[in-house]
Every structure is written in C-alpha cells, then in structure tokens.
Design a protein around this ligand. Structure first.
Ligand code: UDP
Ligand code: MG
Length: 317
C-alpha cells in the first residue's frame, strides 16, 4: 500500500489546560477521514498551569502527539518557530490552541494543498471574541505596520495556515530574534496560494494572552524588522524643519531690512523653537536607538529558544 503523506500540525500552547481536551477531540474527529498521517506538535510555551501534564497524558495514549517543551515562556512567535523546527511532515499547519482556529477547516486546507497550492491562508471574516476596543487596536496595528513597512501584511489573516515543506526550509533560514511569523511568510511572496474564509469563534476558555503593551511591542518589532522607513521619515523630518527654519530666517532678515526699528522680540517664540527642535532630535535619536538596539540584540546570535523534545517511541509495546 502506498504510504500516507505525513502532515505536521504545530499548536502553540500557553496556559491552555481548559481548551486542550476539547481541541484534541476536535482535531481527531475532524481528521479521522482524511487520507494522511499526522504528527501533532504541541509547543508548550512555558505554561504555568497543567497544560504540560495534559499533553504528556495525550502523548502516552496517542503516538501522533509530540511535545516541544520550551524552557520558559518565549512568546507565540518563537513557539511557532520551535514547532516548525521540529516538524517532519510534507507540509506544516500552524494553529492556536484555544479553538479560535477551527480544526474543521483542516481537511479543506489539505484539499487545497493536494490540488497543488503551496500556501493555504485563512481570512477571518469575524472574530466573536473581539470587542470594539480590540478591533480598533487591531486596525491601528495593521495600518501602522503597512504604512511604515515595505512588505504589506494583510489584516485579519491569522497564523492559521498551511505551508508546504519546501517553503518551511526557507523559513527555517530566517533566524532573527524579533520576528512576526506572518511577516516572514509574507516576505516570501508565495504566489501559489489559496484562501479560506472563516468566522473565528470565541476563545474556548481562558483569556487572550495579548494585551495592549504586547501588541505595541509586536507592532514596533514588526515595523523595524521589515523596514527602514522610520529612519527615512526621521531624515525628512529634519529636512522639513531645517527648511522651515531657513524660511523663518529669511523672513526675519526682510523684516529687519524693511523696518529698521524691528527688534527680535519674543522670548516665547525662542522657547517654543528650542523645545520643538529638542524634542524632534530626541524622537529621531529614539528611532535610531531602536534600530541600533536591534542590531545589538541580533548580533549576539543567541539561540531563539531552548527546548526538550518529547515523543513516544514507535517500537514501545
Ligand atoms: N501563546 C503562546 N505563547 C504566548 C502567548 C500565547 O504560545 O506567550 C499561544 C496561545 O496559547 C494560543 C495562541 O498562542 O494558542 C494565540 O494566543 P491568544 O489566543 O492569546 O491570542 P489571540 O487569539 O487573542 O490573538
Ligand atoms: Mg486566541
């Protein structure tokens, strides 16, 4: 009999003890009739609840379950990277553990892959979990990234996606510490992709792990790792203010020539100018600092994570 193709499913887990049993049930149920073999790579991202125990139990009863146990909480982006590094399948599917990425869509994704697509993306039409505030933040996040960055990242396309092995090899070559996984995939510009629309249900249990602070930091990291536009904007800023200053200077000279009694009055104006120029310089220095900081961090070439890999040996009785 022809050997079934193996598909790797990478699932990032951070304190998801309440969702895991339901997720595992939904996965096995959704995939039961598909003509593939699977490895479920659960990446435990330093959970402090019972997630690891639950995963170990699953691993003992199901050969397909494997665990990449990260040494501490490295964050979602690194968790996905660690899962990808350990994946052995012909394609890799990335998903969240909170059931916001419905396992029922996986057979459809695999169908597209079978039809020759190298990348299968998902488009979230609605997210039942997002309130107005969070929707707004999301919009700002993508507007900002896409304005400042050279590679455009579409909004509402979550990390729930399938990628063929050949591109996984390319992704593995990108080892930057600060990473937005979606951005890296986007950077490859894979033309040959399919799209599946879906409605994200509410989180099955627990709370989102992203707060405003984490989102802002992700946005800054994403902008800086994909673009040097902010540096250019900083230079334009300098050029524009210098130009304005020259105009102002010319104006004062004319005033002085036309009106001999004219005196440069206005301590206030001077103060405003000094403060304005001072703050512009600080902003520009800050932007440059962000880039230099990244160079400093990346130049250390530290490993992205450390982890134990756990799987049940195939030949156990
Ligand atoms: N996650 C992770 N490490 C973290 C934070 C989150 O691995 O530091 C996982 C989390 O368990 C979930 C996925 O990443 O499976 C997405 O997180 P979350 O649902 O909190 O994000 P949201 O859906 O609200 O964007
Ligand atoms: Mg979620």
């Amino acid at each position: 009999m022809e050997q079934k193709k193996e598909v790797s499913i990478v699932i990032s887990v951070y304190n998801e003890e309440k969702s895991l049993p339901e997720l595992y049930k939904a996965l096995t149920h959704s995939l039961a009739k598909t003509p593939f073999s699977y490895e479920f790579l659960f990446v435990n991202d330093g959970s402090t609840d019972n997630s690891l125990t639950l995963l170990s139990e699953l691993m003992l009863k199901d050969l397909r379950v494997k665990i990449v146990n990260l040494g501490k909480n490295f964050g979602h982006e690194i968790a996905m990277t660690a899962g990808m590094d350990h994946a052995r399948g012909e394609c890799v599917i990335f998903m969240d553990a909170d059931l916001q990425h419905p396992p029922q869509l996986i057979p459809q994704m695999l169908q597209h892959w079978q039809n020759g697509y190298d990348l299968v993306l998902t488009l979230r039409k609605a997210n039942m979990d997002q309130g107005l505030g969070s929707k707004f933040m999301n919009k700002v996040f993508y507007r900002l990234i896409n304005f400042l960055s050279d590679d455009k990242i579409p909004a509402n396309m979550p990390d729930f996606r399938l990628i063929d092995k050949k591109y996984i090899e390319v992704l593995k070559g990108m080892r930057e510490q600060k990473r937005l996984f979606r951005g890296l995939i986007n950077w490859m510009g894979i033309k040959n992709h399919a799209l599946i629309e879906f409605e994200a249900p509410r989180r099955f249990a627990g709370e989102t792990k992203y707060n405003v602070r984490k989102l802002i930091s992700l946005a800054i990291d994403s902008i800086i790792s994909f673009s040097i536009k902010p540096l250019r904007i900083a230079s334009y800023f300098g050029i524009i203010t210098a130009f304005l200053a020259i105009l102002l200077g010319i104006y004062f000279v004319f005033e002085f020539l036309n009106n001999p009694d004219y005196s440069f009055s206005g301590f206030g104006t001077t103060l405003v100018m000094v403060i304005l120029m001072g703050s512009v310089q600080l902003v520009v220095l800050g932007i440059i600092g962000e880039y230099i900081g990244r160079i400093h961090m990346e130049s250390k070439k530290r490993p992205l994570y450390f982890a134990d890999f756990m799987e049940q040996k195939q030949n156990q009785p």
